[in-house]
Design a protein around this ligand. Structure first.
Ligand code: ADP
Ligand code: ASP
Ligand code: MG
Length: 544
């Protein structure tokens, strides 16, 4: 069996859903296929926005509801016709009116528990899977729809539930063992607690649903179909020159996703890693692109030990410090236990060797709670001036440079920090995992774009050699050479990684020098407007 997961953009319009169907058709020629789908793009955010407004007694929640209602109708209209259109629309409108009642309830009673949030969010995936199922049936696919809530069992940690793998795996194996349709479609993200309540697996959790099924069924491959052509060397939306990474090891993928490469929900890798199931990230909008293949193989022939650079925004740095901490065991234990008790996730932690301070990175939205519980925990020590009240700095970002082979290469952290320093990016804290697969730095969120771009250039683009050319003589031969350079410079850069830049031109009368490169489209007039020719000066410039 192959497991294919399609994300929000992939199922975000009738046009894209038709692309999904083509992909599923092709993939199901060789093996049975399980299809896991996200909610229609943007719907989960809309549901949360509507609930957020309803609880604040803001009537505009009705507008959000109306826009998501219209979005579903638009998709149904674009995919179905005749009886199928009518019956599907009926079912969907029926679900939507239940959803509207929940929103009205939140508005009236001014309360939104995590349990109600999950109930509300579950509509997104339930509706998308239903609509796509009905469409695939019309396309004559041998298909069945299964509600994954009846397979995936979790605890009652609403909005971020923890999977009970023994029950879940048994349910999955039993279900697929007794069903023989070629294609099975299921909603991602949603699950049920041991008490039968609706739960969800955390934002981005449809990837995880697919991985859980793939591992339980020993699938031949897990394919994550999304809106970009693989895991990139950095977020392609922030770093223009980022490129898809052809191959990654599971551990590299975990590091990159854990540190913000949203294309893969971090828990997704573990289930497939344990069974050595290959994970392929592909682009629904460009299925011919190669994508990224993630396996247990660690590449050691790649000359660049860095595979990618990722970032997490909206981070707070907590610093606990004080002379009373030195040499006394138990401070960090109490600190981490306090955070764990409040379910505050620690993204990064570093301790200076003097033991004078511990720094911890957590999500901004949890920093107020963290401050109050930590100051309470250390109330006694603070009153005795053994430690200072917790220092909280907000609006920070973590950037992480990741690669399995970093440990066998010297000087990577040196390169990383000197590049950031040269570009005036102030580093607040540094952490390096013992695995040496990741070096991370905490910086100001306002510096992220600059930091990612300059690190990307340093680690991925500086392989391009720049050759500065001085051309003396622009007669027949010189002219042809200039034209040839102008015509072929793009090709030479992409195939040979060589950037040719003409920075000096001269003839017997005139000369021009320009370190930033002479525009070869207009070289003739630039030269004519240049300085008086000076062969010695021209020659000396070549030594600069
Ligand atoms: P889906 O809805 O298909 O699950 P997501 O929005 O969850 O898609 O993930 C895809 C997005 O992840 C991309 O559009 C891109 O903006 C973002 N992203 C962040 N970092 C990376 C990266 N290193 N490589 C690829 N995409 C990334
Ligand atoms: N729809 C959910 C979300 O937006 C789950 C997913 O798409 O993976 O977080
Ligand atoms: Mg996703």
């Amino acid at each position: 069996m192959k497991v294919l997961k399609f994300g929000g953009t992939s199922v975000g319009s009738a046009k894209n859903i038709l692309k999904v169907i083509e992909i599923v058709k092709t993939e199901s020629l060789s093996e049975n296929v399980t299809v896991v789908v996200s909610a229609i793009g943007g719907i989960t955010d809309k549901l949360l926005a509507a609930a957020g407004k309803a609880i604040e007694k803001n009537k505009n929640y009705k507008e959000d509801f109306e826009s998501l209602r219209l979005k579903h109708i638009e998709v149904i209209d674009g995919l179905l016709s005749g009886e199928a259109h009518e019956t599907t629309l009926d079912i969907v409108l029926n679900h939507l009116s239940k959803l509207e009642k929940i929103l009205d309830g939140i508005y009236l009673i001014n309360e939104l528990s995590p349990k109600t949030t999950d109930k509300l969010l579950s509509f997104g995936e339930l509706l998308s899977s239903l609509i796509i199922y009905e469409t695939m049936k019309l396309h004559d696919l041998n298909i069945q729809l299964k509600n994954s809530q009846n397979l995936i069992v979790t605890d009652s940690n609403f909005t971020n539930a923890v999977v009970n793998f023994s029950e879940t795996n048994e349910n999955i194996v039993t279900y697929f063992g007794s069903n023989d349709k070629i294609i099975t479609i299921l909603p991602g993200f949603i699950s049920k607690s041991e008490l039968g309540e609706i739960t969800t697996l955390g934002r981005g959790g449809s990837d995880y649903t697919a991985a859980i099924i793939a591992a339980a069924m020993n699938a031949s491959v897990l394919q994550i179909w999304t809106d970009v052509s693989g895991m990139f060397t950095s977020n392609p939306k922030t770093v223009k020159n980022a490129k898809p990474i052809k191959k990654l090891s599971y551990l590299e993928a975990i590091e990159l996703s854990h540190f913000g490469a949203k294309v893969l929900y971090p828990p997704t890798v573990l289930p497939v890693l344990s069974k050595h199931i290959p994970l392929l990230i592909k682009n629904t909008l460009a299925p011919e692109d190669e994508g990224t293949l993630i396996t247990h193989v660690v590449e050691n022939r790649n000359p660049n030990p860095i595979k990618g650079i990722s970032n997490i925004n909206s981070v707070s740095l907590l610093t606990l410090q004080g002379n009373g901490m030195v040499g006394i065991p138990g401070f960090s234990k109490r600190l981490f236990e306090t955070l764990a008790r409040e379910k505050i996730n620690v993204i990064i932690a570093t301790q200076a060797s003097s033991e004078h301070s511990i720094c911890i990175g957590i999500a901004d939205k949890e920093s107020t709670l963290a401050k109050s519980v930590i100051d309470k925990e250390f109330e006694n020590e603070i009153s005795l001036f053994k430690i200072d009240p917790l220092v909280v700095e907000t609006n920070l970002s973590i950037i992480a440079v990741v690669g399995d082979q970093m440990k066998s290469h010297q000087g990577i952290s040196g390169k990383m920090f000197s590049t950031l320093g040269r570009n005036n990016v102030n580093i607040r804290a540094i952490a390096q995992g013992a695995s040496e697969r990741n070096i991370s730095a905490i910086i100001d969120e306002s510096d992220v774009k600059k930091a990612l771009n300059c690190l990307h250039e340093r680690f991925f683009e500086s392989e391009t050699k720049q050759i500065n050319l001085f051309i003396s003589g622009v007669g027949n031969v010189g002219k042809s050479l200039i034209n040839q350079i102008e015509q072929q410079k793009k090709y030479i850069k992409s195939t040979l990684n060589i950037k040719l830049k003409v920075i000096g031109l001269s003839n017997s009368k005139k000369m021009v020098l320009d370190k930033s490169g002479i525009n070869l489209k207009d070289w003739n007039s630039i030269l004519n407007n240049g300085d008086k020719s000076d062969p010695i000066g021209f020659f000396e410039a070549t030594n600069l």
